[in-house]
Design a protein around this ligand. Sequence first.
Ligand code: F0G
Length: 459
Amino acid sequence: MVKYVAEPFKIKMVEPLKMTTREEREEKLKAANYNVFGLDSDDVYIDCLTDSGTGAMSDTQWAGMMAGDESYAGARGYRKLMKAVKDIFGYEFGQPVHQGRAAEQVLLPSYLKKGQKCVSNMHFDTTRGHVGLLGAKAIDIVVPEAKDTSTYLPFKGNMDTKRLEAYINEVGADQIGVIIMTITNNSAGGQPVSMENLRTTKAIADKHGIPMIIDAARYAENAHFIREREEGYQDKEIIDIVREMFSYAEAFTMSAKKDAIVNMGGLIGVKDSEELYIKVKGLTIPYEGFVTYGGLAGRDLEALSIGLYEGLDKDYLKYRVGQIEYLGGRLKELGVPFQYPVGGHAVFLDAKALLPHIPYYQFPGQALACELYLEAGIRACDIGSYLLDLDPETGEQLESEMEFTRLAIPRRVYTQAHFDVIAEALKNIKERASEIKGYEITWQAPVLRHFTAKLKPIE
Ligand code: F0G
């Protein structure tokens, strides 16, 4: 029996959920053209579409919201946030922005010129998008084990440092604008990056004179994994692990909607370069607003400063990552295939293994997402061939290496019983897996089609 780590909080406010019948869900899904992004959230029972901006704030954060100073310039919340940036990350300068992609828009022009490469363990989609908008090319050099979904390895999010060296030697260091370490590695399933890997990557970057920065969306979950899994860190405080992690970079971008547990917010950190900080301020003003609010309300700055600390609490992190591990453990008992070990924020179901009769061009990850909704009102999303657009040159459907259905878990929102509902639903789906049909697309947009495409089941 897998053990659930009990919540280190009690519940003071509740948000009622609507219960629906299978017949109602069949109607709703059809009306949404079998695209889970088209569902009204009111018709979803357990929403695992994303862990981004979907967390529950604490009473202390809500109290901070009331105390927020809404001054246009020099607000109290800004000073508090800057103090937190110095204390937690050891960085001299901070810049609030409205979310993670805004941090990318503001920071990346300082590093990338047209024609250059941007190297990462794995770029998140929006990061890849901003690299492309600057006329640069995003190159992922994750360790090959990231693609092995069944063997236990502690740090599947790592940069492949041998291939990184080889790549730098091949293209030339001056062609690489920046190295971005994404921690945890979202696109590889929320897999962590080890301290050793950060240290080695930084040494390689330094040797070749390439700057290194961090995409810090899930930095606290990463620190938790280092504490649990990497030798020498068991007795360290999470905050000290975080300080060491960030010592290997010169700047970071952060979507604060994840580990800082706010519904909206982002952050840039600059370690000590005043020159870089001046450039950051220069782009923040036209894109995001004056430097002391950066696209956020004063109350948001307060909630963010508090959330940054709450996200580092070791009992909270044990519970948080424990929830994902509990769901993974239940699925293992039931023989439902998923990427193992689970990451910090999501369970990636292996739809290819569960629905081997559905070919990639009939979207097994999407079929499983639809089935989860029909079975129990659970919303997940495809991370597989459906997520890929058509080949821009040939117009053919591309085949993804993996066919995943992602169950991303909001922070401090669901309880053990909700996870049991998810496990039970997957058990039932597994029993009738061979009857589940694939889907075809009846309409699609030319780019990022998965948000708006219309589908229908194949009879
Ligand atoms: N970097 C990483 C690693 C992310 O996971 C995300 C967002 C971003 C940057 C962009 O941040 O959404 O605040 O602009 N990930 C969300 C997800 C959307 O569902 O994984 P944002």
